[in-house]
Design a protein around this ligand. Structure first.
Ligand code: CA
Length: 437
């Protein structure tokens, strides 16, 4: 080969490298059954969450961040597919057997794996077993458990891949260790880490050193909850600090949400959480069930220390991750989520969604602008059945206290019609209500 050809080959090679998209790493962190009030960046006083607060400060905190359901499994199905789970019948928690994320759906892990990312789930799956095992749904690596809840001290059911992990470490600490190890193994290539804590879901189990830190909290359930939150916060700190040590901070988009609101009503997995100032609980379409802490951080690319009041939903994290990685959203993907990056980077001023929608059995909700129409489970206030349609203006009534339905019948009709139109694109639930996990 002549010297000229060699020079040309080297030049072409460097061009090819320059044209490669940056392929940042993606880390989705999901808390379980957290109360809206229970993070420092929402004003929590009795449980310090310094690492979550630092994460929020390093990026954008959405003050109107939602999940697409009030229950564990449906919102995870929405996150991983970027679609309202009602589109494919994943309305309730699966109860075992053949129930789980339909294999017709493509997960975000499938997409990242196909694009050459190394992919891992560390923690809770809750989307089915057998052919729905995480390693059949796009995840190269898996450490955690397949169901909706797990003992924090008993290793039975904790798997590495498909084999018992035999791990006796307090589960939240084990999840931290495995997440850090995954980042370390893959620091030289793009990765997608889905870090799904079971904290602070029941059973209420905490380790003694952390419990001792919260001896001043009188209520024993709240004390355990505080210790479990603290363990999760420590784990987030370890992950963020590992990214920093590996010089990956500016090459990694980290998102944090809770999978649903705090379970505060009888009949749910009550854990000592607080959703104040929101009304309602996990298992309801009131704000307390579906409005959650919501952070997106990508230092150097997204603004730091920002808050954004535009309503967003966890479905958006799917599209945002695809946008960030340069994979983009395929026109036939039928995503309901929106890539949030243009709204954050070039400060696109529109709101990402004309409206957000919820359906959970007989319960429903739609939020359009500041207005919310909702039919909710009356068990939230000790009653039975589902409420009539109530109308709230969240701009000055975040606690959904003043029903304006009688005063604004035209607005009620408009919102109901918009919800009915959305609901035409949904299917019947593939299975029933299942357990309150
Ligand atoms: Ca949950």
């Amino acid at each position: 080969m002549s010297r000229l050809v060699l020079i040309f080959a080297a030049f072409a090679g460097s061009l090819a490298v320059a044209a490669e998209p940056p392929k940042p790493n993606i880390v989705f962190i999901v808390g379980d059954d957290m109360g809206y009030a229970d993070v420092g960046f929402h004003g929590c006083k009795d449980i310090p969450t310094p690492h979550l607060d630092a994460l929020a400060k390093s990026g954008t905190r959405f003050t109107n961040g939602y999940v697409s359901g009030p229950y564990c499994s449906p919102t995870r199905a929405g996150l991983l597919t970027g679609r309202y789970q009602n589109r494919f019948g994943h309305e309730f928690n699966p109860a075992g057997g053949q129930q789980g994320l339909p294999t017709t759906e493509v997960t975000i892990a499938d997409k990242f794996k196909a694009a050459g990312y190394r992919t891992a789930l560390v923690g809770k799956w809750h989307l089915g077993t057998g052919e729905r095992h995480p390693q059949k749904r796009g995840f190269d690596d898996f450490f955690g458990f397949l169901g909706g809840a797990h003992d924090y001290f008993n290793p039975n059911g904790i798997l590495r891949g498909t084999e018992p992990a035999g791990d006796k470490t307090y589960l939240t600490d084990a999840i931290a260790r495995e997440s850090v190890a995954f980042i370390d193994r893959n620091k030289d290539r793009p990765f997608f880490l889905y870090l799904a804590f079971n904290a602070v879901h029941t059973p209420m189990q905490a380790d003694d050193p952390r419990l001792a830190k919260f001896a001043s909290i009188k209520d024993p359930t709240r004390r355990k909850y505080a210790a479990m939150m603290s363990a999760m916060d420590d784990a987030v700190g370890q992950v963020v600090s590992k990214l920093k040590d590996a010089k990956l901070t500016e090459k990694t988009l980290v998102a944090f949400i809770s999978d649903n609101g705090g379970p505060t009503m009888t009949g749910t997995t009550t854990n000592g959480s607080s959703n104040a100032p929101l009304r309602g609980s996990k298992r309801t379409t009131l704000e307390g069930g579906v409005r959650v802490p919501f952070v997106v951080s990508w230092p150097g690319t997204l603004p730091a220390g920002a808050t954004d009041a535009r309503p967003v939903i966890q479905l958006d994290l799917h599209a945002t991750a695809l946008g960030a990685s340069g994979l983009g959203v395929k026109p036939d993907a039928k995503l309901d989520g929106v890539d949030l990056l243009p709204f954050l980077t070039i400060r696109k001023t529109e709101t990402p969604h004309a409206a957000l929608y919820w359906r959970f059995g007989q319960q429903m909700a739609i939020r359009k602008g500041d207005w919310k129409l909702v039919k909710y489970d009356l068990a939230a206030e000790g009653g039975k059945g589902t409420s009539a349609a109530k109308l709230y203006n969240l701009a000055d009534d975040i606690g959904e206290a003043t029903d304006l339905a009688a005063k604004e019948p035209a607005r009620v009709r408009d919102l109901q019609a918009a919800w009915d139109d959305w609901n035409k694109g949904n299917v019947k639930p593939l299975w029933g209500g299942g357990k309150a996990e």
